[in-house]
Design a protein around this ligand. Structure first.
Ligand SMILES: *Cc1c(COP(=O)(O)O)cnc(C)c1O
Length: 414
């Protein structure tokens, strides 16, 4: 069986190749074929789902050879399964990284990486606009192990640099941030890490490798909640960390101990969903832009956060560094209290009310209710979550339908 994997990092600016050299495959080709063996078990075109918790050895000598020669083969399900390796190679290829480690959720990936990289006495610096569970893990739990978390204002590079001490080990940010969609200047972010000998991590869940390439900017680790755009169908949970093999070796070992692995069935769903990754992202980007432009022009809307709008605070950085701006649109309703805002959420007919984002089905939510209901008003103010904020994840439905639906929801709730 051929074990040649189409796994070369893709490059958007492909140089002219000599006729003898194969063209480096582009993103959609990698989505379909990346990480897969050319000829598969059973001669099937798709990868098999091996429902196995453990893997057998022919005899005692085979076990000894496996250990002594560090052979690459399966051993026990907590260390991975064949389908997980396919999904990992495909994700590494899409991101243009050497190694991808798949986890059972985005949070498992975040916890797995931070636990592997930080020791008691170390410090980690975060930009403050971030997924609230990442924040909670750091402030509540890493603190119990003697790791200090420092938060600075998102995109305040001087504040981040000033917060670095001899104990700082990691700089962390999302880009775009959730739900404000601030865009980090990755060159600057990576340079700060480089200047101070501190590693850098970007949670690029909202961007995906279609829209953003943090490793190319010199960032050390890219993290995705695969649950969102990469899985893409609102039917699975997974997370991934991508970076160099050298830097991720210990991280992989800890994942084997944590046990936050994916089932063979889940891995198949992911590999299948990734086949349409580029097609889906094109539509998410189109729908996001269309919905953002519609909302910005609507008299009932006070403000729209979308990096593809010229009015967006970080539009220039986004234009310079991103290929598209994604499907997430956050907006504020003019002169609306929390109830009037909820009425709009309740009046839409296509998007469903749910947390999460990045799937083919559009989703809508009021952050105050969905994620920050139990926060104090002071904390909500500090996190920048006003009562009249709505977040919509544009799916891949027809954009005219989405816009018409929002129009009727805004018109019938005045
Ligand atoms: C959803 C999300 C996570 C957490 O991922 P799960 O797969 O839900 O564990 C982390 N970061 C961002 C930006 C997210 O949107």
């Amino acid at each position: 069986m051929s074990t040649t994997h189409m796994n070369k990092p893709q490059d958007q600016d492909v140089p002219a190749n000599k006729p003898s050299e194969p063209r480096p495959p582009q993103l959609s080709t990698l989505s379909v074929h990346g990480g897969e063996a050319r000829q598969k078990p059973g001669d099937a075109i798709t990868d098999a789902i091996f429902c196995a918790s453990t893997y057998t050895f022919e005899d005692t000598q085979a076990v000894i050879e496996f250990i002594e020669e560090n052979q690459s083969r399966e051993e026990y399900g907590r260390y991975g399964n064949p389908g997980e390796r396919v999904a990992e190679r495909k994700l590494a290829a899409l991101e243009g990284g050497e190694m991808a480690i798949l986890y059972s959720s985005g949070m498992a990936a975040m916890v797995g990486l931070l636990m592997a990289k930080l020791n008691a006495g170390d410090e980690v610096i975060f930009f403050d606009e971030c997924y609230h569970r990442s924040r909670e893990f750091c402030s509540k739990h890493l603190a119990r192990f003697g790791v200090k978390t420092v938060q600075v204002k998102a995109c305040d590079y001087d504040a981040m640099e000033a917060a670095i001490t001899s104990k700082t080990r990691l700089l962390v940010s999302e880009s775009p941030t959730n739900p404000h969609l601030s865009i980090v200047d990755l060159d600057r972010f990576a340079q700060i890490g480089c200047d101070h000998g501190v590693e850098t991590l970007i949670d690029a869940t909202l961007a995906t490798p279609y829209n953003l390439r943090p490793l190319k900017a010199g960032v050390d680790y890219v993290l995705h909640s695969v649950t969102k755009y990469l899985g893409g169908h609102n039917d699975l949970l997974a997370g991934v960390v991508i970076g160099s093999t050298e830097k991720l070796e210990e991280v992989r070992k800890l994942r084997g101990i944590m046990g936050a692995v994916n089932s063979p069935q889940n891995c198949y769903l992911l590999t299948r969903g990734l086949k349409t990754f580029e097609l889906r992202m094109q539509r998410h980007n189109e729908n996001g832009q269309r919905v953002a432009e519609f909302l910005e022009a609507h008299p009932r809307i006070e403000k729209v956060y979308y990096p593809g709008l010229e009015s967006h605070k970080y539009h220039d950085v986004a234009r310079r560094t991103m290929r598209g701006f994604g499907g997430l649109v956050t907006f504020l309703v003019k002169d609306a209290d929390w109830r009037a805002t909820a009425d709009i959420v309740d009046a839409v007919r296509i998007p469903r009310i749910a947390p999460s984002l990045g799937g083919v089905e559009s989703l809508i939510e009021q952050p105050l209710v969905m994620s920050y209901y139990q926060c104090s008003p002071e904390d909500r103010r500090a996190y920048g979550i006003p009562d009249n904020m709505i977040r919509m994840s544009c799916g891949i439905e027809n954009s005219d339908d989405l816009v018409a639906d929002l129009a009727q929801a805004l018109d019938t709730t005045v």
